[in-house]
Design a binder for this molecule. Sequence first.
Ligand code: UD2
Ligand code: MN
Length: 481
Amino acid sequence: MRRIRANAILILTVAWILGTFYYLWQDSRPSSSSSSSSGSQLKNHGRLEERTLPLIVIDGYPVMGHFDQKAFLSSKQLKAGEDPYREHAFNLQESDRLGSERTIRDTRHYRCSSMTFDPDLPPTSIIITFHNEARSTLLRTIKSVLMRSPPHLIQEIILVDDFSSDPEDCRLLSQIPKVHCLRNERREGLIRSRVRGASAASASILTFLDSHCEVNTDWLQPMIQRVKEDHTRVVSPIIDVISLDNFAYLAASADLRGGFDWSLHFKWEQIPIEQKMARNDPTQPIRTPVIAGGIFVMDKGWFNRLGQYDTHMDIWGGENFELSFRVWMCGGSLEILPCSRVGHVFRKRHPYDFPEGNALTYIKNTRRAAEVWMDEYKQYYYAARPSAQGKAFGSIADRLALRRKLNCNSFRWYLENVYPELKIPEQDAAYSLLKQGGLCLESHGTDSLGLNEFAFSIKPSAVLYLHYIHIYFPQGKCHHT
Ligand code: UD2
Ligand code: MN
């Protein structure tokens, strides 16, 4: 009896091992379907019957159609001896080696997988602008969307080729079902390119992505659900990190939100401790003062009503502040949804040129955001970025008119209600202690003009300066640097 049982266990173990091997082998085949792939389904799509290319079918839908991925990728590969970081500021060799699809870890909290969504969520138009993006990263972005989203939620993918050197990328990618590509006749920058893509979108919900992303399991439903419930919400996923060196997919912290300093420099910051303590459900949205900018979902009608983007901003930068201030101050809200995860290759430098120079462009764009939205608080922006004074930023008349028309709240309202953690420099200095050369200087509050009186005489400008090189000390502690 015991021997029979031992034999049965042995047979089951061997069957299980063989089964696992078979499963892994299937899974690692280059063209395996993430859902289902069969001859009968092919016949349903008659024209594809005789194809020889690998085919991915999801819910009976041939994801890549006639598009020849192999030819697309192999015709543009790194040449022997070439620096793999030179062209894209990430390791192109690794990206190419990975191929266009791979399994990534589901980085969500386990409770996210039991969330439910309305069965009648509306579809979205995905908008991806790109300028000289690597073929392998761009294709992985597109494929991850097609393979990890319920097909009925993807109305279309609109690529906007921002005058990349090779027009073929745009033309070839348009062969993928649902993908359309618009090519700019001159370099416009990501802001005007996104507006062009959004205007061409036919769905009522817009989803923006950078051109080097990989969306993760069930990334889309939580975002569409929140926007469907309230069209004034603008929502972002947690942005996971794709290593620029080896392309490993790494989970980002779920305790972060978007913040900035007075120079309008974006940074990730911890959720304030009171909010963190109050969070007993890790699937709940996180209110964020600003979004990073590249990956978000927004109702199309709301995007248009709020004035799309400031199309006088060029190339890159600053548009995320302008959009974030506008959304909050004009009646909407911004949130990060922890149950939605999208990976992104964060780079250390821009791989492309700025026709007017990187610094001047950033100043022009952020200056426009400050001038239109920051009211009297723009003085702190100028104090933090003295080089912005006197730099050209064009006319802002139409954006000021928009702000009046939308009857938006003041920046003071934004600071009080959305971002009270952003310390106003005078106040900050007033309640801070300052240690310099072994001396600890303590301030004694503010006078009626809001100017600082210091126990030791220090010019306010010096304090401001110190503030911006991050040696000010909140929480009334003497800090040892
Ligand atoms: C972040 C945002 C990015 C944008 C930027 C501020 C994320 C993940 N990324 O910078 O979307 O909000 O902050 O402006 O939040 N591109 C063009 N034309 C250009 C330059 C860039 O189409 O002239 C494309 C580019 O190919 C990419 C996207 O715009 O798809 C964003 O550019 P990036 O990846 O260099 O920006 P990133 O991630 O450093
Ligand atoms: Mn990017």
